[in-house]
Design a protein around this ligand. Structure first.
Ligand code: ZN
Length: 264
């Protein structure tokens, strides 16, 4: 049934899978990040291990709230935890949503001060994962936190709509900046950015994930009105990969890391 991903192992009973594209791209990613293949590979594996730990953060809190976590799947575009029986109570949703970024923050705090050729960089990636995931737009964790907050004010359907709309704006910006770059500096710290097709791909991926979730909430809402509650399945997470945030990320990361290796 599943021939597009491979089972890597289980953690707390949750299957951890890797999409076949990630396994194919892994050696290529490793060579992008370092002139030493082994160090590059350790770095990339460390990054994706961080994404798994982030997803496990969400998953373990979700299980405590009565969710069923089907699997965690890693792809070149990030990680998703697939769950059903999601808590709709705002406080539960907030706790599930914040757990992932808190894991990333903890990893950043632990790894950044450790000297060495790989660990502090994985720490840095975790700091980016923490900040990036808190952007208040669907389907980022920040979007879920925003929805939980808005749900208390105007109901879950309307709250989802607002968070999804913000998500669409964000995705459109990702796609535009990814395709055309950003020539000017905004707010004093964003840009100028060069073209980055991966950012555009992430934008498209997030757009689809956000819309799928909105449809799910709509269906759930209609089912609730007709015949009681119906549990849907959602993809809780789009933990974006590390190579999408920097100015010309691939290049700057290669430079940063190769510079570090040259000093040794
Ligand atoms: Zn997350």
């Amino acid at each position: 049934m599943r021939n597009d991903s491979i089972l890597l192992g289980r953690a707390f009973g949750i299957p951890i899978r890797a999409h076949i594209m990630l396994l194919i791209l892994l050696p290529i990613l490793a060579t992008l990040y370092s002139s030493s293949f082994i160090l590059g590979l350790l770095f990339v594996i460390g990054v994706f291990t961080s994404v798994v730990l982030h997803e496990l953060g969400h998953s373990l809190v979700a299980i405590r709230k009565g969710c069923h976590v089907h699997e965690i799947v890693l792809s070149p575009l990030g990680g998703v935890a697939k769950m059903s029986n999601i808590p709709a109570r705002p406080m539960d949703e907030f706790q599930v949503a914040i757990a992932g970024p808190l894991v990333s923050l903890a990893l950043a705090v632990i790894l950044l001060p450790i000297p060495g050729p790989v660990l502090p960089y994985i720490g840095y990636i975790n700091a980016i994962l923490f900040v990036f995931n808190l952007i208040p737009a669907f389907p980022m964790d920040g979007g879920r936190i925003l929805r939980a907050f808005l749900t208390t004010k105007k109901g879950r359907l309307q709250a989802t709509k607002t968070a999804v709309t913000l998500g669409k704006v964000l995705c459109a910006l990702f796609i535009l900046v990814g395709l055309f770059g950003l020539k000017v500096r905004l707010f004093g710290f964003i840009g100028p950015l060069s073209r980055n097709p991966i950012l555009a791909l992430i934008g498209i991926y997030m757009l689809r994930a956000g819309q799928a979730e909105y449809r799910m909430v709509q269906m759930e809402y209609q089912a609730n009105r007709r015949n009681g509650f119906q549990n849907g399945e959602i993809e809780v997470e789009v933990s974006p990969p590390p190579y999408a945030q920097n100015e010309n990320p691939l290049q700057s990361w290669t430079e940063k890391i190769s510079r570090l290796f040259k000093n040794r």
